[in-house]
Write a protein that binds this ligand. Structure first.
Ligand code: HEC
Length: 112
């Protein structure tokens, strides 16, 4: 009898343990799914791009172009962020593609 209780005790603790792990997996899945918004792109711009472009895009440090008067198309902006040009470094390995695309949307909000 004592053995049987012990057996079920162990069985119970085993099942309660495995009940916990799918929960943890779900949490991390949700984190990955979190969409990257234009507001997030603004934060990214403020941390990675303002040294040269300034928070309004007009700083023009290190011969950077004024983003508020840029005439580039979406494709060209995306390409510039990916590959860089002259003093502008390439961000291909530093910023994932979906975030670079959202940066394009943010850069366009700097235009007057
Ligand atoms: C180290 C300085 C530097 C940093 C950091 C930088 N840029 Fe630039 N950026 C430049 C320079 C210099 C140019 C001009 C390149 C050229 O055409 O000669 C430029 C050009 C651009 C252009 C093209 C503008 C035009 O009309 O030709 C875009 C768009 C741009 N940058 C976006 C960004 C974004 C977004 C970031 C952050 C992820 C960023 N830059 C970070 C220096 C920088």
């Amino acid at each position: 009898m004592v053995l049987r209780i012990l057996f079920f005790g162990i069985l119970f603790s085993l099942t309660s343990c495995s009940e916990n792990s799918p929960e943890k997996v779900e949490v991390s899945k949700e984190e990955i799914k979190t969409p990257f918004t234009v507001a997030d792109a603004k934060d990214l711009f403020l941390s990675k791009c303002t040294v040269c472009h300034g928070s309004d895009g007009k700083l023009c440090a290190s011969q950077a172009k004024d983003l508020s008067i840029s005439k580039l198309s979406d494709e060209e902006i995306l390409d510039r962020i990916k590959h860089g040009k002259n003093a502008m470094p390439p961000f291909e390995g530093l910023i994932p593609e979906d975030q670079r695309k959202m940066l394009v949307s943010f850069v366009k909000t700097l235009k007057k």
